[in-house]
Design a protein around this ligand. Structure first.
Ligand code: ADP
Ligand code: MG
Length: 323
């Protein structure tokens, strides 16, 4: 089982940033309002993700580290309509098999938190407010062949920050902080009110992105597209400001990217890359997110309709007179 877990880990955990992505997914699924990351050595020595979500029940604690243990899917029909970030129940088991993992959690109504040592299975009481902390130490310590593929600490840190950035764009209602080697390196707070998304986009992507983009808000049948699309004159030489989400999940999807690109067909020349942050809401039964363990790929039931909707959403936005 250890070996199977380590093999499965290869698909889910490539580097510290993959751990960060999974742990932040879990914190968001638990309803966290505040998520704090503490990293050492670019995440190779320590990744600690602290949340103020609902916590894990004492009897669920050991189960959370078992393969295919998920509290989020009850049956196959649920799989069709999954709205949580996680649902495969393999992340914690996979991470635990390639690191020294500690799970510390307290549910509302519990007198104290419990800490579970992922290696020994030992559980002991510990002080903590309601919520969960997952500590991942010495990633790949037992799989030196994998450890060898890690880049410098600063490169791994940059990937970790990028992973949180992707979450932070989709969740302007949650605040995020990232500490590295004891220093605060990023902090994104919640801006209450109707401009919360635009303000978060500005905080994360830079205020130029907001100044040089227009709001997108487009409905087409079971599809709703919101976000911001860069104006053609603000296109850049690199595609580093292209973010697409499906039901809150960051995706790299050809249909969405091509749809966006095609909206700029007549107004962008040469190799310029448009900037955009697009959030697609779609009936979950019309999209399959269970294509790949990292869930970065999706399959749409009607990809032509999605392509068209993205294209029209952006065309309409960039054609509208700027306010
Ligand atoms: P999945 O997210 O696919 O269910 P994971 O392996 O990521 O699987 O997590 C296993 C289980 O552990 C989750 O289903 C959830 O019940 C619990 N869990 C993990 N992290 C947290 C957290 N931060 N807060 C509350 N529960 C959590
Ligand atoms: Mg998960």
């Amino acid at each position: 089982d250890e070996l199977i877990s380590q093999i499965a880990a290869g698909e889910v955990v490539e580097r510290p940033a993959s751990v960060v992505r999974e742990l932040v997914d879990n914190a968001l699924d638990a309803g966290a309002q505040n998520i704090t990351l503490r990293l050492l050595g670019g995440g190779t020595r320590l990744i600690a993700v602290e949340d103020d979500g609902g916590g894990i029940a004492p009897d669920e604690l050991p189960v959370a580290l078992k393969r295919h243990a998920t509290s989020k899917i009850g049956n196959l029909t649920d799989l069709e309509s999954v709205m949580t970030m996680g649902f495969r129940g393999e992340a914690l088991a996979a991470i635990n098999s390639v690191s020294e993992l500690t799970l510390l959690s307290r549910m509302d109504g519990q007198p104290n938190a419990l800490a579970l040592d992922g290696q020994t299975g030992e559980v002991r009481p510990a002080p903590r407010a309601v919520g969960t902390t997952v500590e991942v130490k010495e990633l790949f310590f037992s799989t030196p062949a994998r450890r060898k593929f890690l880049k410098s600490d600063s490169t791994e840190l940059a990937h970790c920050i990028e992973a949180v950035r992707r979450h932070a764009l989709a969740r302007p209602d949650v605040s995020f902080a990232i500490w590295h080697e004891g220093k605060l390196v990023e902090q994104w707070r919640v801006h209450p009110g109707p401009e919360g998304l635009a303000q978060r986009l500005g905080d994360v992507l830079g205020h130029d992105f907001v100044a040089q983009s227009v709001p997108v808000d487009y409905h087409a049948g079971p599809l709703h597209v919101v976000g911001r699309a860069g104006t053609p004159d603000a296109a850049r030489s690199r595609p580093d400001h292209q973010f697409a989400y499906v039901n809150g999940r960051f995706v790299r999807d050809k249909v969405l990217m091509h749809g966006a690109r095609s909206a700029y067909e007549d107004v962008l020349h040469g190799h310029k890359q448009p900037a955009y942050a697009l959030f697609v809401q779609i009936d979950p039964t019309l999209v399959d997110a269970n294509v790949h363990p990292t869930k970065i790929e999706v399959r749409f039931r009607d990809s032509r309709a999605v392509h068209q909707a993205i294209r029209h959403a952006i065309e309409q936005a960039i054609a509208a007179p700027r306010s």
